[in-house]
Design a protein around this ligand. Structure first.
Ligand code: HEM
Ligand SMILES: *[C@@H]1O[C@H](CO)[C@@H](O)[C@H](O)[C@H]1NC(C)=O
Ligand SMILES: *[C@@H]1O[C@H](CO)[C@@H](O)[C@H](O)[C@H]1NC(C)=O
Length: 323
């Protein structure tokens, strides 16, 4: 077969298969080089999540914020330096709300002791997010997470602002920004279900949900107004649970909340505003196991966005600094 024919065959195969199959990632990637890595990460995640379920929510969000900015390459983990004073980590979508960094540090330390210089920080983020979903779902969301990501050397605050959806986005804007990452409308709806755990700062929803007329449920709005100042500031910005019914359970309650208009963000409520996404919301809310099945696939797909290979990235020694 001529080279161009082979390339075409690969391209065609790739459009037919899951993104992960073509990203070069594979399940059991460290089987020979670091056989205990997934067990080690899971043990660390377990310790933190059983102490504070919110950290599990933070880890699930951490993977999303890593993958949408520069691909899943651990760029969100990099600390500021004199040469790079404004990395992704300090960008408004991430600071001060993003959490779970200490879990990644603990996991990386433990992994380096077992197999130095072999496992990327990007893969640890993906394993940790997978494990957080596993524990918070009471072992119902079980994912085989492909690995083989390399760590990026570039992290710029403005990229986070440009690539992460803000909470005031409408359904077209949400579909469009997910499409830029190779994720479709159903992936977007299914992944939004992660708002079934964790919290939000008042500043993320007060301006467009409570300060002006919105479709939010009256009783729920009243509860939020008692917890949130009318004008949240950096100095006074309390947090509330995302899911008022089962705040720490990774389940499909989120979709029931969307239907009941008891969700925090414009972006959550927006899922009801197109017939196609509204149908998905109702299926996820009503059909047992439907959401969990789809979430597993969409999460693996998200975890493969723009991953770097060994030429484009490195295996960082310390997840907070480039080598
Ligand atoms: C669809 C577009 C999305 C928007 C507009 C959005 C926006 C937000 C915002 C504003 C917060 C609250 C931050 C704060 O103020 O503390 C948040 C929290 C959260 N998001 Fe999203 N998000 C989206 C999609 C996702 C996806 C795809 C995931 C993961 C699969 C995710 C997982 C989470 C989790 C778990 C939390 C709680 C974090 C914690 O408790 O620390 N979100 N999101
Ligand atoms: C970050 O991106 C902005 C906007 O593209 C650019 O002006 C700035 O120089 C970048 N910073 C670094 C350290 O690369
Ligand atoms: C969403 O917002 C964009 C930009 O503001 C606008 O052009 C579009 O019509 C809006 N779509 C919906 C469904 O409201």
């Amino acid at each position: 077969m001529a080279a161009h024919t082979i390339k075409l065959a690969v391209a065609v195969t790739c459009t037919l298969l899951l993104a992960a199959a073509c990203s070069g990632l594979e399940v059991g990637y460290y089987k020979k080089s670091c056989p205990r890595v997934e067990t080690i990460v899971r043990e660390e995640v377990k310790k933190f999540v059983y102490k504070n379920a919110g950290i599990g929510a933070g880890l699930i969000r951490l993977l999303f914020h890593d993958c949408f900015v520069e691909g899943c390459d651990g760029s969100v983990l990099l600390d500021p330096t004199p040469a790079n004073p404004a990395p992704e980590k300090l960008s408004p979508p991430n600071f001060p709300s993003l959490r779970g960094f200490e879990v990644i540090d603990a996991a990386k330390d433990a992994v380096e002791k077992a197999c130095p210089d072999v496992v990327s920080c990007a893969d640890i983020v993906a394993f940790a997010a997978r494990d957080a979903a596993y524990f918070l779902s009471r072992m119902r969301v079980k994912i085989n997470m492909p690995a083989g990501r390399f760590d990026g050397r570039h992290s710029n605050s403005s990229d986070a602002l440009d690539n992460l959806p803000p909470p005031f986005f409408n359904v077209t804007e949400l579909v469009d920004i997910f499409a830029t990452k190779g994720l479709d409308a159903e992936d977007m709806v299914v992944l939004s279900g992660a708002h079934t755990v964790g919290r939000s700062h008042c500043s993320s929803f007060v301006p467009d949900r409570l300060a002006v007329a919105s479709d939010i449920d009256g009783g729920f709005a009243g509860l939020l107004r008692r917890r949130c100042p009318a004008n949240p500031t950096t100095a006074h910005d309390p947090t509330v649970n995302q899911d008022v019914v089962t705040p720490n359970a990774f389940d499909n309650q989120y979709y029931k909340n969307v239907i009941a208009h008891k969700v925090l963000f414009t972006s959550d409520a927006a899922l009801l505003t197109s017939p196609a996404t509204a149908k998905m919301v109702s299926d996820n809310a009503n059909i047992p196991g439907w959401w969990e099945d789809r979430f597993k696939k969409a999460f693996v797909k998200m975890a493969a966005v723009d991953v770097k290979n060994g030429y484009q990235g490195e295996i960082r020694k310390n997840c907070r600094v480039v080598n």
